[in-house]
Design a protein around this ligand. Structure first.
Ligand code: GCU
Length: 612
């Protein structure tokens, strides 16, 4: 068992130790060439689940003395005989996946570093295989070490990452230590203030992946849009392999379509292909058809279930498979309110998708950050279209070039994870942002996203006063300075909640100065479930019901309205919402309460969607 005991030195020594540590830390990080490989579709690969109880130790002053940087008695850190050990033996445990905030009262509002530790044995190690530690997400910065060696750091609270441990893993006494720091900072994504709870920790699955020595780490398979109206459809694909000795060819099989095609692999480990198919059944909300796909290369076989559809715009219309579609949506945070924690399981996904289906939705805005992969895969199966986004949210430091690089990297990770999901149709690049530096930043981000994935539509949730040149009386022009870089114009509008009464909605008109589809990406108001009063009593269910009726009537008049995602399906946790005996740490704009009870406004939206 790995045990590290801090040397009980006097204060002077410990100061020296800490400064030595920081020196060693910085030099060692610069030397780390983390074997980080993006591995998609981990659920269909061979893995050992490392979920469960992990030991943990707080590190509120971020000294990093916990685990991955063993403390040494003297100044020669390489000399192992001087190594004093630190023990996790007496440490308490946290459940993984899960935020630490939701598991320990003393950690409810903890923001800082926690070091997680998991020991495990691994029998039947094979020299023909490679091994990776995979993390579905950890919020916000993670430092991964394995058997005492630091593998790398990942920044981003909502996208997966993997590090290779092939040369380090052994049959007995392995230990993985992951340091997670959820501190907020101005140069992060999101920045310092968010209207959602900063759930810290390893919030999604951890797996020990085992793959052949050369394997298919990622692939991108999609219908060629231009073939949508032809009898013979085209499927484009790219397969990426990782390994020292790469196979010459790969095979793509779609058994139901009698497809079995061999393609050459370049020396860089890439192969691209186009397959022509007849009688392809397209994926849609009405008929969410998924095909079994088998990819073979060398000793690796990867299976997936992929739906084929096209998504594009034509004037003010959004076309799914060449036909106009109205997106009957709802916004959603990635949270199971019953556990006061991030959602992290198929059961969590099924609960909220069930409510969305009951509402009559064919569309969900996964706000404001990448949600768990289970919900994207389940949306594929249920036929629910998705808007996905990165938390490029309030207060982003637009002029810090490292922030733009972070946005590009995290968006690439999201696209790598969800590229093959038919349900995902829109990448949104920002929420309620404005100003010239914002425009420059987002134009660059949009261009990057299109370079990685040019099959989906781009949007950004704007604000009326940012998006439009609102006239003082009642006419608003919806626009976005960067609209020519987007496919859909979206805006958030809270008339009747943040200013004005619901009746004001009757006087307002919204027009768009661009010939593009419009999505109302947020509207709504708060209600305490079970608080009944008249329709002008704020926080009552009746007020919210009235607000929905008036808001829907106002937006339904918009020429070019292609969809809406009212804010929001379920009450969610937010440190900004502390109104005593009304909010108590919850944003109450949900149509369903944090206990799972529907409010009156739920049925207003349901009725509208039934009429569409
Ligand atoms: C904003 C923001 C949301 C927030 C909502 C609200 O528009 O985009 O993240 O929760 O309004 O005020 O409830």
């Amino acid at each position: 068992m790995n045990t590290i005991k801090l040397n009980q030195s006097n204060n002077m020594n410990s100061k020296k130790t800490i400064s030595l540590l920081l020196l060693v830390l910085f030099t060692s990080i610069s030397q780390i060439n983390a074997q980080s490989v993006f591995i998609s579709n981990t659920q269909n690969r061979t893995f050992t689940n490392l979920n469960g109880k992990w030991k943990y130790v707080l590190d509120p002053y971020e000294t990093g003395q916990i685990g991955f940087m063993p403390v040494y008695k003297n100044s020669k850190p390489q000399d192992k005989t001087d190594r004093v050990e630190y023990s996790f033996d007496k440490a308490q445990t946290l459940w993984v996946p899960g935020s630490w905030n939701s598991q320990k009262p003393e950690l409810t509002y903890y923001e800082g570093s926690i070091w997680y530790h998991k020991a495990f044995d691994k029998k039947d190690l094979s020299p023909e295989k490679r091994y990776f530690i995979y993390v579905g997400a950890a919020n916000y910065i993670s430092t991964v070490t394995f058997n005492g060696k630091e593998l790398g750091k990942h920044e981003g609270g909502f996208t997966p990452f993997s590090y290779e441990i092939t040369d380090l893993i052994r049959e007995k006494d392995n230990f993985v230590i992951i340091g997670v720091n959820n501190s907020r900072a101005a140069n992060q994504i999101p920045a310092k203030v968010t209207d959602w709870f900063n759930h810290g920790g390893i919030t999604r699955d951890v797996k020990l992946l085992e793959v052949p020595s050369s394997f298919i780490n990622n692939y991108f398979i999609a219908l060629e849009k231009s073939s949508i109206s032809n009898k013979t459809k085209k499927i484009n694909g790219e397969i990426q392999l990782s390994g020292k000795v790469l196979p010459q060819t790969a095979r793509i099989k779609i058994p139901e379509l009698n497809v079995s095609k061999v393609v050459d692999i370049s020396k860089e480990g890439i192969c691209t292909f186009t397959i022509e198919v007849k009688n392809l059944e397209l994926w849609s909300p009405e008929s969410p058809k998924l095909y079994d796909i088998v990819l073979e290369a060398g000793g690796d076989v990867v299976k997936d279930q992929i739906g084929f559809r096209s998504i594009e715009t034509e004037g003010k219309q959004i076309l799914l498979n060449g036909k106009p579609i109205f997106l009957k949506g709802i916004s959603l945070h990635d949270e199971n309110p019953l556990r006061k924690d991030r959602a992290n399981s198929p059961e969590d996904a099924a609960m909220v998708l069930g409510w969305a289906k009951e509402l009559g939705c064919n569309f969900i805005r996964l706000a404001h950050y990448p949600h768990q992969e289970n919900i994207v895969r389940m949306a594929d199966q249920l036929g629910i279209l998705l808007w996905e986004e990165l938390p490029v949210y309030w207060g982003i430091d637009w002029e810090d070039p490292t922030v733009l690089e972070k946005a590009k990297k995290q968006y690439t990770e999201l696209i790598y994870r969800d590229y093959n999901r038919a349900s995902s149709i829109i990448w949104s690049i920002a929420n309620e942002t404005m100003g010239e530096p914002r425009n420059k930043f987002l134009i660059s981000l949009a261009s990057h996203i299109r370079s990685v994935d040019n099959t989906r539509l781009l949007s950004a949730a704007g604000k009326k006063d940012q998006a439009g040149d609102g006239h003082p009386d009642n006419e608003y022009t919806i626009n976005d300075p960067i609209i020519k870089h987007l496919d859909i114009i979206s805006f958030n509008e809270y008339l009747g909640w943040y200013g004005g009464l619901p009746a004001e909605c009757r006087k307002k008109t919204f027009t768009s100065s661009t010939d593009k589809p419009i999505i109302v990406s947020e509207f709504g108001g708060g209600a305490v479930q079970g608080f009944f009063a008249d329709s002008l009593t704020r926080w009552s269910e009746e007020y919210q019901e009235y607000l929905y009726k008036e808001s829907i009537a106002m937006f339904d008049k918009i020429d070019g309205l292609a969809g809406m995602t009212p804010w929001i399906l379920v009450d969610f946790m937010s440190p900004l919402r502390q109104l005593p005996d009304v909010q108590d740490g919850w944003n109450r704009k949900g149509l369903v309460s944090e206990k799972g009870y529907k409010k009156k406004a739920f049925y207003v939206l349901q009725k509208y969607y039934k009429s569409k």
